[in-house]
Design a protein around this ligand. Structure first.
Ligand SMILES: [Zn+2]
Length: 220
């Protein structure tokens, strides 16, 4: 999870739809804007180029019980179906970190070690951070249904693949510190817009002594 810059004003359809008895929060202008603002990446697992994007409510509207939440632009997020499904569990009803208002990298550390995703809280803990860390970890590891066994494993596989790309380029740069090509590729791999950016950026920050020239690309 990385910081997202949400654009304003809100898509026009939201105010109009909120006046209807059964209005929609997923009109084309909303979809277009979310896709763009969120770099077509699930804000929870950070998988790119989603086949099944969902408009996710940070705070659930409970079938319209909370109309304000249903149509509020600031409550709408871009997520994959897998993460949206896991977050529907009542233990997440009180919400997770709003990555459009707070930078998750300032409070959470993301890592992948021996096929195991870990999300730890750096600094002082609170319930929102605990829920956020638990949710992200679950999206890579929850295997309570046959489909989730597949979709969670698929995210772990893609994360591992992206980390391998990073390790290979870091090695390339280590062998040839003057290589501008290697640094250019690394800069692109470390952009917040890229897939699984929080994991890659965290790794480079954790190894700051080894990669001082890359710290400018992972600064918070
Ligand atoms: Zn996801």
């Amino acid at each position: 999870m990385v910081k997202i810059e949400r654009s304003f004003p809100a898509p026009e359809s939201l105010a109009k739809e909120s006046q209807k008895a059964s209005g929609r929060y997923d009109c084309p202008d909303v979809i277009e804007r979310l896709q763009k603002d969120f770099h077509n990446k699930c804000y929870i697992c950070e998988m790119k180029e989603l086949q099944d994007p969902n408009v996710e409510h940070l705070l659930p509207h409970k079938n319209g019980k909370y109309p304000q939440r249903k149509y509020s632009w600031e409550n709408l997020f871009w997520a994959c179906g897998h993460c949206n499904g896991i977050k529907k569990h009542s233990k997440y009803d009180e919400g997770i970190l709003d990555c459009c208002k707070f930078d998750p990298e300032e409070s959470l550390c993301f890592s992948l070690e021996e096929d195991e995703v870990s999300v730890t809280i750096t600094g002082s803990e609170n319930e929102i951070l605990k829920r956020t860390a638990m949710l992200i970890k679950e999206t890579f590891s929850l295997k309570n249904t046959g489909m989730r066994t597949y979709t969670s494993s698929e995210r772990s596989r893609l994360l591992q693949k992206e980390m391998n790309l990073l390790y290979r380029q870091l090695e390339e740069m280590h062998k040839n510190p003057q290589s501008q090509a290697a640094e250019r590729i690394l800069r692109s791999l470390l952009r917040r817009e890229s897939a699984f950016a929080a994991f890659k950026r965290c790794y480079v920050r954790e190894h700051a002594a080894k990669y001082p020239q890359l710290q400018q690309y992972v600064a918070l």
